[in-house]
Each structure stands twice: as C-alpha cells, then as structure tokens.
Design a protein around this ligand. Structure first.
Ligand code: AMP
Length: 216
C-alpha cells in the first residue's frame, strides 16, 4: 500500500469513502477536518485558532495543516500506508506532501478524485449528519438512520456540522474551486490520478474503488 490522497469538493464523499478504504486495507484515515474539529472541541490552541476560518468556510493556513499531517504521518500506524482525506487542498500543501513522501522514501502517492454534480453536493452537505460517538456518516435524504437523530450502530446522537449551513457551504465550494480544484490537473500531469464517479450510491462507489485499489 502507499499514500492515498482523496480529492473532491466538500460533500463529494471523501470521508465516507476513506472510511471504507481504511477498513478494507487496514490503513488509517487521516482527516485534517476531523483533527481540526476535535482540536476545536477540546479547546486546544490550534483548534481555537482554526475555528474562525472553519466557521467562515475558508481554508486554515497551510503551515497549520501541514504541521498536523506531518505529526500524524510520523505515527507508527502510518508506516504501511495511509489515506489523506481532505489534504492537500492547495498547491503548497501538495508540494509539501511530495517532499514529505520523498523524505520517508514512500514513493509516489495515488490521488483519487471523487467527482459529484453540484445539486447532489448541496444535498449531501445540507443532509449530512454524523454520529457523535462513532463518527458514522448519515444523510437525511439519501441514507437516513432507522430512527431520526440516532445512530443505528450505537445509539449515539447524530449531529450536524456547524459548517454545513448554506452561507458557509457557498464559501467552502468557492474555496474548493479556487484553491483545490487545480490539484486535479497537478496529479493528472504526473499520471497519479484516478477518477471516480461520485454521483452513485456510496456502497457502489466503495465497491468499485476497493476493487480498483487492489490492482495498484
Ligand atoms: P472538511 O472536514 O475536510 O470538510 O474540512 C472542514 C474545514 O477544515 C475546511 O472548510 C477548512 O476550514 C478546514 N480544513 C480541513 N482540511 C484543510 C486543509 N487541507 N487545508 C486548509 N483547511 C482545511
């Protein structure tokens, strides 16, 4: 296994798919968004500093997220491979990943780009609910829990992310278009890009993706 990078707009299903791939290959999912949210919840200095950007739908400074990733990737469970979920999001971050992988003699990453139509993206974001206990992701339109507001697996309360509101979603989509979408061309030019049709249902996408990743 190697370093996998999950690219895609907010709501494309990066977290959902990264979870499945993480289970299938027993490699950790490193989500900068999850790490930042957890830091903010615990009121850690890094989390508090990032909170304003996150609430505004803007990107957190490169130095902050690069520091997070470098520290996390240095942990022993990442030695066999890992999934970067939501990182890199800028060209500077992509170059940082290149340098980090080279330093660790990890070889080239594989970038998986999950493409989703905008109308579906909006429903995925506004309908998303996350279990406060296990992190399982539901969607009130596409994948509702059996009992409203409660996780099927452990009965945990389902929460809506603070940044999944309409005004912030607009900013996040703009940040994606301006700063992150250019990374698709960056990895394509290096022949390190795998495109996935993210409009399908999550199980179908995961099955196809895991099947493909077994061949690389
Ligand atoms: P996500 O959970 O991936 O949607 O990320 C939620 C928010 O965390 C983003 O809107 C950004 O404010 C921040 N964030 C997460 N990953 C990054 C990153 N790689 N670069 C900059 N900001 C990030």
């Amino acid at each position: 296994m190697k370093a996998l990078i999950f690219l895609g707009a907010p709501g494309a299903g990066k977290g959902t798919q990264a979870r499945e791939v993480s289970k299938a290959f027993s490699i950790p999912q490193v989500s900068t968004g999850d790490i930042l949210r957890e830091a903010a919840r615990k009121q850690a200095p890094m989390g508090l500093a990032a909170k304003a950007d996150m609430e505004a739908g803007a990107l957190v400074p490169d130095e902050v997220v690069c520091g997070i990733v470098e520290e996390r990737i240095g942990e022993p469970d990442c030695r066999k491979g890992f999934i970067l979920d939501g990182f890199p999001r800028t060209l500077a971050q992509a170059k940082f990943v290149d340098g980090m992988l080279e330093k660790k003699s990890f070889g080239s990453p594989l970038a998986v780009n999950i493409r989703v139509d905008e109308d579906i993206l909006l429903k995925r974001l506004t309908g998303r609910r996350t279990c406060s206990v296990c992190g399982e992701i539901y969607n009130i339109y596409f994948n509702p829990p059996k009992k409203q507001g409660v996780c099927d697996r452990d009965g945990g309360k389902l929460l809506q992310r603070a940044d999944d509101n309409e005004a912030t979603i607009r900013q996040r989509l703009a940040a994606y278009e301006n700063q992150t979408a250019p990374l698709i061309a960056y990895y394509r030019a290096k022949n390190l890009l795998h495109e996935v049709d993210g409009n399908q249902d999550p199980e179908t996408i995961a099955r196809g993706l895991v099947r493909f990743l077994r061949t690389v």
